[in-house]
Design a protein around this ligand. Structure first.
Ligand SMILES: NC(=O)c1ccc[n+]([C@@H]2O[C@H](COP(=O)([O-])OP(=O)(O)OC[C@H]3O[C@@H](n4cnc5c(N)ncnc54)[C@H](O)[C@@H]3O)[C@@H](O)[C@H]2O)c1
Length: 306
């Protein structure tokens, strides 16, 4: 198939491109940033999804049958500091792309939303698709708004829309310099022997899903007969403290963590029940946390050795 991936130079986008190229699809990537992975048989385009003329031109030229939309302003704290930038990228950018896609004859539009940021602190964990949507951050609100706009575009144009709502994704190639992505940040610091800070209390839990499992869900969402919105997680809660300990064992890190102050806006607990994804897409996570952490540490070790 002719496939367009936005956010193709990012962490998840790069893994998705690798998978789609290996599956024999004709893949075009769109991103403002350079692709850091060496992919063959892949067209890599620099463009900004907020640039309506550029997006329309590209889509008219490529005429993708399938779009995976991952390009986003991904930081919760940036969204709180710069809500306009977040809205422009995550809401306006998504609407611009989806309308251009519908006009170019795209059949399925797979949006990567966020299962971790749309519920605030749910009363019952793991959250399901029935849990009340109540984001605490502008980032979460922008993902919810984008989903709502996409439902309307789907109804108006007939372009089928699917929404993958992942939990906390981790794995090789994740940016260790950001402020999110605790596995990447801890792993890199531990491999360097640097101090590692856990924001208090450390007992807060997240649902960690390995990047290849998320790619499986995205592909399943694309290939399913109908569009659907599903949570993609393991249903298992893991505390930050436990991530620290498991990673320390993989890295041979012996220093104690530094306890930092709590971060405003952080929730206490989250995990996502993926029963609907299992029933609808035949998806369930395949990589255990320990295998995923081991593969992540190996990849970071290799990158640092280069
Ligand atoms: N990483 C996670 O834990 C997680 C969890 C749930 C959902 N998501 C979603 O998955 C998607 C991919 O996230 P990621 O972790 O790979 O992040 P990432 O930052 O590594 O990738 C995002 C990519 O989007 C690109 N981008 C940003 N603004 C753009 C614009 N205006 N035009 C074109 N490209 C632009 C960036 O250059 C980057 O390469 C995002 O939509 C994110 O919201 C991520």
């Amino acid at each position: 198939m002719r496939v367009l991936v936005t956010g193709s130079s990012g962490f998840v986008g790069s893994h998705l491109v690798r998978r789609l190229v290996a599956d024999g699809h004709e893949v075009t990537g769109l991103d403002v940033a350079e692709q850091r992975q060496p992919f063959d048989a892949y067209r890599d385009v620099r463009a900004d999804i907020r640039d309506e003329a550029a997006v329309r031109r590209l889509l008219e030229e490529v005429r993708p049958e399938l779009i995976f939309h991952l390009a986003a302003q991904v930081s919760v704290s940036v969204s709180m500091r710069e809500p306009r930038l977040d809205i422009e990228t995550n809401v306006l950018g998504t609407v611009t792309l989806a309308q251009a896609a519908a006009a170019a004859g795209t059949r399925r539009f797979v949006f990567t939303s966020s299962g971790g940021a749309m519920f605030g602190q749910p009363a019952v964990v793991p959250a399901t698709e029935e849990t009340e949507v109540s984001p605490r951050s502008f980032y979460g609100a922008s993902k919810v708004a984008a989903e709502r706009y996409l439902s309307i575009i789907e109804a108006e144009t007939g372009m089928s829309v699917a929404s993958v709502r992942p939990a906390n994704i981790y794995g090789p190639w994740q940016d260790p310099h950001g402020e999110a992505g605790v596995v990447a940040i801890f792993a890199q610091r531990m491999l360097r022997g640097d101090a590692v800070t856990i924001f208090a209390p450390g007992t807060d839990t997240r649902d960690y899903v390995f990047v290849s499992d998320v790619v499986d869900a995205q592909v399943a969402a694309a290939m399913a007969p109908e569009g659907a919105m599903c949570l993609v997680g393991t249903g298992v809660e893991t505390s930050t403290r436990e991530i620290f300990e498991r990673l320390a064992a993989h890295c041979g890190y012996e220093r104690a963590p530094i306890m930092g102050p709590p971060r405003p806006g952080d929730i206490e607990r989250i995990a996502l029940d993926a029963s609907k994804a299992r029933a609808t897409w035949g998806w369930s996570p395949r990589v255990s946390l320990d295998d995923g952490l081991r593969m992540t540490v190996e990849s970071f070790r290799e990158e640092m050795g280069r």
